[in-house]
Every structure is written in C-alpha cells, then in structure tokens.
Design a protein around this ligand. Structure first.
Ligand code: SF4
Length: 284
C-alpha cells in the first residue's frame, strides 16, 4: 500500500470549510494509495466549478479543462496512454448540464476510466442557482419561488445508456466512499460514481443531516450488482431511504481492446509512423 501523503499536493484546498468536496478528495487519495498506484501513473482531469479545482489539490498528472469538457480531455489522455489510470472529476452542473452529451457518449465508448461527480444539487461557484439535480420546489437565487423542473436521475440515465459500472457515494461516509472509488478504479470500463457532496454555503436543503438520516449501504442489503432491473429500481429510489454503494457492475469490451490503433499498446510507447494512405483510398 502506498502512503496516502504522496497524493497530497502542496496546494491547499480553497473550498469553504465543511464543503463535501474535502471528503471526496481525501477518499480518492486513500483509494489510490490503497491500490498502490503511483502519482506518475494517474491523471485527474476536471471541468469547471468548485469541485473541479480538485486536480490542483491532488498530486498526480492533472488538468483543469473547460466547462463540461472533462470527459473528452480525459479520454484523449487515455487514448494517448491507456496504461495510465485516468480519473475525470467535476460537479453536477458541469457533468449533467453542459457536459451531459459527453457523458452519454463516454458511456457508449466504454474506455477504462472513472468519472466522479461531486453532486451538491446546486451551482456553487456561481453562488447558488438550480442545477440539473436540484430537487423540485427548492428555492434558489434562480428560482426564488421554488424549482419547477424535474431533477435528472443520473444513475438511471447512466444505466439506460449502458454504463458498465454505476455507483453512488456520500462524502459524509468517507471510508465507504474510498472503497467505492477503489471498486470503480479497478473496474475494467467506464465507471460513474455520483457522490452526494453537500454545498454547505448555498444548498440549505441537501445537507449532511439530510443525507445522514436517509442513506443506507447496498452492501448491507445483499444487492446483486449484476442485476440490471434491481439496479434500475435502486437508481430511482428517493425519499426516506436513498441507497449508496455499487448499483451495477458488469464488464463488457473496452474501447482500448477494439480500436486497432491501441491494440499494439499505449500510443505513447509506439514508434511514430504515418498512416498508410491506401487505407483512406478504400473510402473514395
Ligand atoms: Fe463547496 Fe459550496 Fe463552498 Fe463551492 S460554494 S466550495 S461547493 S461549500
């Protein structure tokens, strides 16, 4: 097991005291250490938002990319060197709003990578507007009379799209979250982990006590992670009981195994060569 300290950056997080993103950062550092990864074998890519500052606080290769664009950048990195552990991170506004198209196609493509969404059900960086996962009737700066748009169910969306690994965590349960991250990173394929990560400054509804009272662990209920119908049912469970843990995990061929350019090993380790133009002539 590596020392968790190797994944700690010299840059101290600038999140509000008590922000759920601290728990996500600590759990991810623990997961990578437990898996005995080296910082130089890991790449963390984010979009834009409070949570997307995470790569700066995590000692590894990293990139703070564009709003909603963490997934294409992360896949580009994986394409260049699929020997690396690639992790994309961001928030619910970034990933389920402007970036949702990339999410769907990343799920279809099934590259071997992990996507962590710090879901606080609000836009925190822009000081508190409704996001795609804000609950109905929630009063925010952009909806002073209460939100009227139905919240997205990201886990149900991912399952419907064919995601090979779907899980949910809670930053108030850091040990459980670290274990969930480990399973996601070890899964061969695209893994989505949606994490309840409370915004203590702008979301006064979905707080730590709100989730503490409701969440239960699927591992305690002998949930069958290979049962798609059971996973879909759990993805839609909301109210007095909300499940956390792995909902679904079933491996299928990853993109790296079916793309001819990548079959000879990571592109970065292959000798430079020009494409044979006769291949293109077949399509003329
Ligand atoms: Fe965290 Fe909310 Fe503060 Fe952003 S505004 S750092 S999401 S608590």
């Amino acid at each position: 097991m590596a020392d968790v300290a190797v994944f700690k950056s010299e840059v101290k997080p600038d999140w509000c005291p008590g922000c759920g993103d601290f728990g996500v950062l600590n759990s991810l550092q623990k997961a990578c250490a437990d898996l005995n990864l080296n910082p130089h074998d890991v790449m963390v890519v984010s979009g834009i938002g409070c949570s997307s500052n995470l790569p700066g606080f995590f000692n590894s290769y990293g990139m703070h990319s564009l709003h909603g664009r963490s997934l294409p950048v992360a896949q580009g990195a994986k394409f260049g060197n699929h020997g690396m552990t690639v992790i994309a991170t961001g928030g619910d506004g970034d990933g389920y709003g402007i970036g949702v198209g990339h999410l769907i196609h990343s799920i279809r493509r099934n590259m071997d990578m992990t996507y962590i969404v710090m879901d606080n059900q609000i836009y925190g960086l822009t000081t508190g507007q409704t996001s795609p996962t804000t609950e109905l009737k929630t009063r925010t700066k952009s909806t002073p009379a209460g939100s009227t748009e139905n919240p997205l169910s990201p886990l149900a969306l991912a399952l419907a799209g064919g995601c090979s690994f779907v899980a949910r965590g809670f930053s108030g349960e850091p040990m459980h979250l670290a274990e969930t991250f480990k399973k996601a990173i070890q899964h061969k394929g695209f893994a989505l982990v949606d994490v309840f990560s409370p915004c203590v400054t702008f979301n006064k509804t979905n707080t730590y006590p709100y989730f503490k009272e409701k969440v239960y662990k699927l591992e305690d209920e002998k949930h069958d992670v290979t049962n798609f119908d059971a996973a879909m049912q759990k993805a839609q469970e909301w109210g007095t009981r909300i499940p956390i843990g792995v909902l679904y995990a079933k491996e299928r061929p990853v993109y790296e195994a079916s793309e001819t350019a990548m079959m000879a090993g990571p592109l970065v380790k292959q000798p430079f060569r020009m494409l044979d133009p006769s291949i293109l002539l077949e399509f003329v």
